[in-house]
Design a protein around this ligand. Structure first.
Ligand code: UN1
Length: 504
């Protein structure tokens, strides 16, 4: 147990050294289940620290990009083993800092280890293509080369998995990184960096600057050393960041993973118990603080009443409380601000004529930022509760006549991250896969969750078109060089026309 009296001061990691920020100021990191408990003091970095981190990343780039990919992979593999070895400790720190349950905290830590392992393996995979050339003595091929310095700006809701799935591919493909974790979760970020440093990353290859986005976000995004930015967070911040990167006119590559308003469709022929469990899990685990969380359930009228009754009973049976306790299903929201924002949405749902059939603020759970699993019926599909991302344990349930209506309503939001359908009808399931606007589609499983080796990302306002994780990560974290290598030292054929496939 980390006692308040002994709360440690943590440092930035720049150029291979742990260091105080130039501001000399630190911020407290508190446990959202027990806000009196301080988990540590973290550097409130200033622009000078960003400059130092960028210089370090820039300085380390040449050595790192020229290293054998296999050697880079060996370091990532070692880091994956260190994360795995420390999974109990890191998982508990994550739970104290973010509020998800111990099971989820440890599970996420092991996920980060799996991601590091996957990208370690990717360094031994073929990259680039060999192409035929119209000149028979030209060896024509493509190479994948790093982008340069990558800024990884990460959210608090997956404080180790998301940093891992940005940092691991960035490093695997030869980039160096400046890592700015969410202000609310610097502890887990620091532990991840410790593991990577211990694994043997050369100084400057990975740099950590903690602090607030307000103080250093613009300095990171606008920094002249930055070649690419990978961001997961809110739509507002993501859009602003994108605009700023475009304005820089330096060809900064940007990857954005943002909100979701993910639907499930439950049809009359569904396995109702399965649909119930998966809908509850998707909506309520991690207190709904996932961009992949289920926030709208469209239920066909034949099973609507039964499904709503069962949802209410199941939601009411979830135990809300200290996420360190093994019996707890739902911990607190991450902060007072997040709790207030979710409670505001509950107010909006009521004001818009919805009925809160279960949930709301708990009566007696001390001063932690808890919200009970909350379910609304009677919400208009066009209302704010059915359109906006809430990021809390709040689910709106709406009746539908048939699959076509469910599909149309499911698509009637600006987001398109994940979506799921519960049915036993194969044609309906494949029709849904074809027509739903979502980057991640589930048939008979919950909207949240992501396997470490599978592409991850959304459509419409949810993402900036690229995909994270898996084999697709290389597309963002590298650029292509096309090489025409004439091994016969021959002059070009006189009659060769531009673009024509001239014979030898
Ligand atoms: C998951 O559903 O397990 O920020 C992963 C998020 C997503 C990750 C979700 N980028 O919630």
């Amino acid at each position: 147990m980390i006692a308040t009296a002994t709360a440690k001061t943590y440092q930035n990691y720049i150029g291979g050294e742990w260091a105080d920020s130039s501001s000399g100021a630190t911020g407290e990191n508190r446990n959202p289940a027990r806000p009196g408990e301080i988990l540590g003091h973290f550097q409130s970095s200033a622009i000078a620290d960003v400059d130092r981190a960028m210089d370090a990343a820039h300085g380390a780039l040449d050595g790192w990009r020229k290293m054998s990919p296999i050697a880079r992979g060996n370091i990532l593999y070692k880091a994956s083993q260190i994360v795995e070895r420390r999974a109990d400790e890191i998982g508990e720190a994550l739970t104290r800092e973010e509020g998800k349950t111990l099971k989820e905290g440890k599970g996420e830590t092991l996920r980060a280890s799996a991601i590091l392992r996957f990208f370690a393996g990717e360094t031994a995979q073929p990259v680039g293509d060999r192409l035929p050339s119209s000149n028979p003595t030209t060896f024509l091929y493509t190479e994948r080369v790093p982008l340069g310095v990558v800024a990884a700006i990460t959210p608090w809701n997956f404080p180790i998995a998301i940093p891992a799935w940005k940092i691991a591919p960035a490093l695997a493909y030869g980039n160096t990184v400046v890592f700015k974790p969410a202000e609310l979760t610097p502890l887990t970020a620091t532990l991840l960096v410790e593991c990577l440093a211990e694994a043997g990353l050369p100084p400057g290859v990975l740099n950590l600057v903690t602090g607030s986005g307000r103080a250093i976000g613009d300095a990171i995004v606008g920094h002249e050393a930055v070649n690419a930015i990978t961001f997961t967070g809110s739509n507002e911040v993501g859009k602003a960041l994108y605009r700023r990167a475009l304005d820089s006119e330096r060809g900064v590559k940007v990857q954005l993973e943002m909100g979701g308003k993910n639907p499930v469709i439950v049809l009359n022929d569904a396995d109702l118990d399965l649909a119930l469990t998966q809908t509850i899990n998707g909506a309520m685990m991690s207190s709904g603080q996932k961009c992949t969380a289920t926030s709208r359930a469209f239920v066909q009228r034949g099973v609507y009443d039964e499904f709503v009754d069962k949802l209410i009973a199941r939601a009411g049976s979830l135990r809300v409380g200290d996420p360190l306790a093994a019996t707890t299903d739902l911990g607190p929201l991450v902060s007072a601000g997040q709790r207030d924002s979710v409670m505001d949405y509950i107010g909006i749902g009521r004001a818009e004529g919805g009925e809160m059939v279960t949930g709301g603020a708990p009566e007696e759970l001390g001063d932690g930022y808890f919200v009970k699993p909350t379910i609304f019926t009677g919400i208009a599909p066009t209302g704010r509760l059915a359109q906006e991302e809430i990021f809390g344990p709040v689910l709106a349930v709406l009746p539908i006549d048939d699959p076509a209506e469910g599909l149309a309503l499911a698509n009637s939001v600006k987001y398109g991250l994940s979506a799921s359908i519960f049915t036993r009808d194969i044609a309906t399931a494949f029709g849904f896969i074809r027509d739903i606007d979502a980057g991640i589609i589930h048939v008979n499983s919950e909207t949240a969750g992501a396997e470490p080796h599978a592409p991850f990302g959304g459509m419409k306002a949810s993402s900036s078109f690229s995909r994270e994780q898996g084999k697709t990560a290389v597309d963002f974290f590298t650029q292509v060089k096309t090489v025409y290598f004439d091994w016969a030292y021959k002059a070009p054929l006189a009659d060769k026309e531009e673009g024509a496939g001239a014979p030898a």
